[in-house]
Design a protein around this ligand. Sequence first.
Ligand SMILES: [Zn+2]
Length: 441
Amino acid sequence: MVALGPGLTRPKGAHHVDAQAGMLLPGLHDHHVHLLSSAASLRSINVGPSEVRSLDDLRRVLREARAVRDGVWIRAIGYHESVAGPLDRDLLDQLLPSTPLRIQHRSGAMWFLNSLGLERSGLEHEAHPAVERDGQGRATGRLWRGDHMFAVDDGTDVDALGVLSDTAVRRGVTGFTDAMPNQTLAGLETLASAHRDGVIRQHLTLMSPLHVVAMTNSDVQVGPVKVLLDDDDLPEFDDLIQTIADAHLAGRAVAIHCVTELQTVYALSAIKDAGPNGGDRIEHGSVVPVELDALARACEVTVVTQPHFIEERGDEYLRDVPESLRDVLYRARTLLEAGIPLAGGTDAPFGSSDPWVAIAAATRRATRSGAVIGPLERLTPTRAIDLFTGDARQPGHRRRIEVGSRADLCLLSLNTEAALESLSSENVRATIIAGRVAFER
Ligand SMILES: [Zn+2]
């Protein structure tokens, strides 16, 4: 940011956004998201007989998918004639004319394409026998055993990443920390090149195992070393300490997946023995008993939580989690009061990808059925927003809007008072990433 304040002169040619007294926030950072898994979940829709029962059903499902994917390929799988009889381009054009579409038959042997799909894939004019043609030589939209002919659109994953990025931009998100466990070099390269090519417009920080670091010329940040713990298969305690020490030696923090009390105790004890480096993270922190607060503080960890799980999964928790643990489920306010930094991540696709859903949930602590879990853990709207305004490396530290800081901003259409009353991504008016207007309405 170059200058801040009233009465500034606008440089010639500068883009002008009239904020109209709307609330201005640091751009939101999603501190825990799985981009490739989210992309894969967008990539295909299931139109098999168990999901879709009629032609009307098929039309509805395809149009819903179009609403999310907006102009990019729709790839559907699992189709069977019992749904709506045999398909061809004319029928598919009636269902979905303006989005390229391909539907795979459940047998895997056939694809059905609409006209735009035929055109985009180049199959319209392809003389290969796999492309079925009618008496006049017009492609019918049926492709028989022709999977290999889609080589060109195997970039669908990249399209899906673009959709994720665009959707997040509209919600004010200017940065992601990808938390993929067991990330591979290929996965890192895919994300880094999507970032370099401008498909992912947000700043990117990528977690990975200790020895998996992408060598790219993209300006993505190397994130913490992701460590998964599993109650039934915990690593040797000394091995965990060694992993943490090695990560620190390599200049990286650790981000340890902790969804049970046992995992939290194990992780914190190991960090303590390895020696804290100030940037280590407890992912989820689903169960952090109060007795562990002193240890967590000594370990200088940040807890990266998902407040919307209370809303999305709370009714299951009430059924499955022993009563004695309910008050320490996804703690928030009492962690902050104990001096433990707290930040938020959507954990998409396993939770809603909209950080505003998480923000609103953090203030309510209500399940879908309306039950409240841990009312003492409710955050004020301001504190809840701050879960997503932290620094990528120090997620619990709110970034400041000040001269010299990177111009990553989220402008709301409401003034502060109104915006804090109505926490929703619908209020995002403009998103600015590194000084460029990435979204405006
Ligand atoms: Zn996760």
